[in-house]
Write a protein of this length. Structure first.
Length: 180
């Protein structure tokens, strides 16, 4: 009986340790990344959209771009997406939104997009783009994504101005000043 209690307590302690490490280390990592010489420099990337077309943030016409790294299994990703889409629609073409999935299987990511559409969310607006980071080269090697959701804000000069790690309140009132 004591052994079972000890094992349960160790599991609980391990979970608390992982949670606290993740909670307290993320802001520090973000600050370290901002201090890097090339944080603001947007890497040259080309994305293949779900429909087969190619896109690059460097050639997009919108003055501000949100590059969101997500996965269908990530509950916080799923929770923030409808607000991000509403924000893109409210900005009336002044905001481009790229949802870049890190899902292993593109069919699963496409199915998730369709699930949002079935809920009445306009996932196919002209300023919203859906792609998958097939080999995770972009997320890991170009943007140092540490967990999802993670969103990079890109300004009109095609510079990265912010990196938001974790779920965020994407309501227009909350984010409009940051997007200027």
């Amino acid at each position: 009986m004591r052994t079972k209690i000890a094992i349960v307590l160790l599991i609980i302690l391990a979970n608390i340790t992982v949670y606290l490490y993740d909670y307290f280390s993320t802001p520090q990592l973000m600050e370290e990344q901002k201090k890097e010489a090339n944080f603001n420099k947007l890497p040259e990337i080309e994305l293949t959209l779900f429909n087969g077309n190619k896109i690059s943030p460097h050639t997009m016409k919108q003055p501000t771009i949100l590059l969101n790294f997500w996965a269908s299994w990530c509950t916080t990703c799923v929770e923030e997406m409808p607000d991000m889409i509403k924000l893109a629609q409210k900005m009336n073409g002044k905001l481009g939104l790229i949802f870049l999935s890190i899902d292993e299987n593109e069919a699963i990511a496409k199915k998730f997009k369709q699930k949002l559409a079935n809920q009445g969310i306009n996932v196919n607006a002209k300023n919203i783009y859906w792609a998958r980071d097939k080999n995770k080269d972009i997320s890991l090697n170009k943007f140092n994504v540490i967990k999802v959701p993670e969103t990079i804000i890109i300004n009109k000069n095609k510079e990265m101005t912010s990196k938001i790690v974790g779920k965020y309140d994407w309501s227009y009132q909350n984010i409009s000043a940051m997007l200027k």
